[in-house]
Design a protein around this ligand. Structure first.
Ligand code: P6P
Length: 344
């Protein structure tokens, strides 16, 4: 059940400051960082919602009637995030899906490191499907006088100090956690403010939705094939099959899973033997959010947040959603893995 314990209008800024007051010794730097990310999300939201018009008025790479060079939206979103993150001199390094290498910020002494997928699912913009921005924030381990090093950047998801996403859909929402529960804000574009719409979300223990691209069914491991067949059976305790939902935009599929329950899966496939979704700036922040909402996120056996990264762009299979649904799926994988081991 989504908790809606919101009894008055609270802006994102107010909420961030209230949360900061719950952190002993908080210096306000993380609060400032979250506010800057909120600003970038508003700017990206405006461009995403204008994109349809831009596309009508001029294709990407051309100049539109305003004489503006039409940028690819994901390049635009990356530029906005980098600008927002460099404003406050608070982060030393930004790692983006759009950049091959970590970008050292001017303020190399900054306290935080931010991983970002500036516009996940951007290929969906042409068909007006919701897309999103995902971010993950870590505190550096090295001394601020030194340059950030590998230990600062390759930290496991358990070390995140904050994680969240913006979803550009019928409305623009921003969800984040600093480890004190998940708060969701909805943008009122008429005044450019994010207002708290759900606080301390708790996702259903179990849900009747499963979300996976079944086109790669033939390349899955046996346990996953059997689990998806189980999802479709009507002889479950509930007496009916689960419903299939797959948008093909991770932030949208995960947001629905948090609100409605069920499971989202992007498994290892023949085309993506290690999974397609990226650990550091897609799976870690969304796993942090889902666990804070009472759910579970694993790679089929191990918690996503416990994975020790070796590369900033590495991907991982992900099973994410209501705790009972994810455990159900993990059981099938385990059972058939044992069977396939016996067969070897
Ligand atoms: P497929 C979008 O391109 C994305 O990166 C995620 O947002 C989404 O979950 C996934 O890829 C969809 O991939 O292979 O099902 O098209």
């Amino acid at each position: 059940m989504v908790s809606r314990n919101v009894d008055r209008l609270i802006t994102l800024e107010e909420h961030i400051i209230q949360s900061q007051n719950r952190f002993r010794g908080a210096t306000g730097e993380l609060s400032q960082l979250l506010r800057d990310i909120g600003l970038a999300a508003k700017i990206v939201s405006r461009e995403v919602n204008k994109a349809g018009i831009t596309n009508i008025l001029g294709l990407e790479g051309s100049e539109n009637v305003h004489g503006e060079h039409v940028k690819k939206l994901d390049v635009f979103a990356n530029e906005q995030m980098r600008h927002a993150l460099s404003r406050s001199q608070i982060i030393c390094t930004m790692v983006s899906e759009e950049d091959d290498e970590p970008v050292l910020m001017e303020s190399s002494s900054g306290k935080y490191i931010v991983f970002v997928d500036p516009l996940d699912g951007s290929s969906n913009i042409d068909v007006n499907v919701s897309i999103g921005t995902i971010f993950s924030i870590f505190r550096r381990k090295s001394h601020r006088a030194d340059l950030p090093d590998k230990e600062d950047i390759l930290q496991s998801g358990m070390e995140q100090v904050a994680g969240g996403y913006a979803l550009y859909g019928s409305s623009t929402i921003l969800a984040y956690t600093t480890g004190l529960g998940v708060s969701v804000f909805t943008l009122d574009p008429s005044i450019g403010e994010f207002f708290l719409s759900d606080d301390n979300i708790q996702m259903p223990e179990h849900g009747s939705y499963y979300s996976i691209n079944e086109g790669s069914f033939s390349t899955w491991e046996k346990g996953l094939q059997e689990y998806i067949k189980y999802c479709k059976r009507d002889d479950k305790p509930s007496g009916k099959p689960y419903s299939a939902r797959y948008i093909g935009s991770m932030v949208a599929d995960v947001h629905r899973t948090i609100l409605k329950g069920g499971i989202f899966i992007y498994p290892a496939t023949q085309k993506h033997p290690q999974g397609k979704l990226r650990l550091m700036y897609e799976c870690n922040p969304l796993a942090f959010i889902v666990e804070q909402a009472g759910g579970r996120a694993s790679n089929g056996e191990k918690r996503i947040l416990d994975i020790q990264p070796e590369d900033i762009h590495q991907s991982t299979p992900i099973f994410l959603g209501s705790k009972q649904n994810v455990e159900e799926a993990e059981q099938f994988l385990k059972e058939y893995e044992a069977e396939s081991m016996i067969g070897k």
